[in-house]
Design a protein around this ligand. Structure first.
Ligand SMILES: [Fe+2]
Length: 309
């Protein structure tokens, strides 16, 4: 099975109007809206990356991945008992659906349409003590407003059994552990892990999925790529002025190295921006850590209690 990229997430939410306002302030762009459904995209060329259906609360319905070839869909049906979804209702392509050990629906798709990526702000020109690249002018101006988001990057899931989840995603989707945390003194009891796609020699994000063992199940957070930390800090200020609830950040994770900023949606879901993530190949291995040695934010001592609450 050759996965190409994580593609979208689908949820139910209680109030589509409130969610749409929040998601637009956060940086997503509405593609389609009815009384029952909201579909949103980033500016990076996806035809959609986030779907919300009107329902009785914040609940994960599906995580979608693009696969490299149509053969991978047939392989999912024949080897793993995937359900054929046929033509996808939105964005084109054909899909199949699997259930992970927690019953989350994993949709695999081939032939999904893309759109043209939009123009970004000019890249920051950073002057350090050792290298100068900005002469005779200030940084190019940017607005303080919704983030320009470029793609869905990863999803964090609460899972009932980390071991069963890691095995299933490894066996079925070929995911590879990048960093895995075990309980103090017991390397065999693993409870948190960051998993990347297997794209062979191609460099991919440090993780496309993160798993945290927790009986609550469901989605922990969804994360979209912002241009850089400048964009994240500006949007942090914008969202704070709008009196949304900041959950955690702006900070930097030790594993993946990415800069993160997490906000709560009106339905209680965690929406994250990230930038500057590490890239790994399939051959770059897996690192294991005692969870008691981990600092989750490298920049401040603000603990992650609200993040996991
Ligand atoms: Fe994240």
């Amino acid at each position: 099975m050759r996965l190409k990229a994580i593609h979208h997430v689908e949820f139910t939410v209680r109030n589509l109007d409130k969610l749409e306002n929040f998601a637009k302030d956060f940086g997503l762009v509405a593609v389609e809206r009815s009384d029952e459904r909201l579909i949103m995209r980033t500016r990076g060329g996806d035809s959609y990356c986030y779907v919300a259906n009107k329902g009785d609360g914040n609940r994960l319905l599906a995580v979608g991945f693009e696969v490299e070839d149509e053969t991978s869909l047939d392989e999912a049906i024949q080897r793993h008992g995937a359900r054929d979804l046929g033509a996808m209702p939105f964005g084109g392509g054909r899909g199949v659906a699997l259930s992970d050990p927690d019953g989350n629906e994993i949709v695999l798709m081939y032939g999904v349409k893309r759109r043209k990526s939009e123009a970004s702000y000019p890249e920051l020109l950073i002057n350090t003590p050792f290298q100068k690249q900005r002469f005779g002018h200030s940084q190019y101006p940017r607005e303080t407003g919704p983030a320009q988001l470029w793609r869905l990057g990863h999803v964090g899931l609460f899972v009932k059994s980390f071991a069963a989840t890691a095995k299933w995603y490894g066996d079925v989707l070929g995911l590879i552990g990048s960093d895995i945390y075990h309980i103090p003194g017991q390397p065999q009891v693993q409870i948190v892990g960051f998993f990347r796609l297997d794209r062979g020699d191609e460099y991919v994000d440090h993780h496309a999925l993160a798993f945290m063992q927790d009986d609550r199940g469901g989605c922990h957070h969804i994360s979209f790529e912002a241009q850089d930390f400048e964009a994240q800090n500006r949007t942090h200020r914008y969202l704070a002025r709008k009196e949304y609830e900041s959950i955690w950040g702006v900070g930097r994770h030790p594993h993946g190295s990415h800069v993160f900023d997490v906000w709560r949606s009106p339905d209680g879901a965690r929406f994250e921006t990230f930038s500057d993530t590490d890239l790994f190949r399939a051959s770059d291995g897996t690192n294991y850590h005692d969870i008691s040695t981990i600092t989750l934010d490298e920049w401040v001592d603000d603990g992650p209690e609200r993040y996991f609450a």
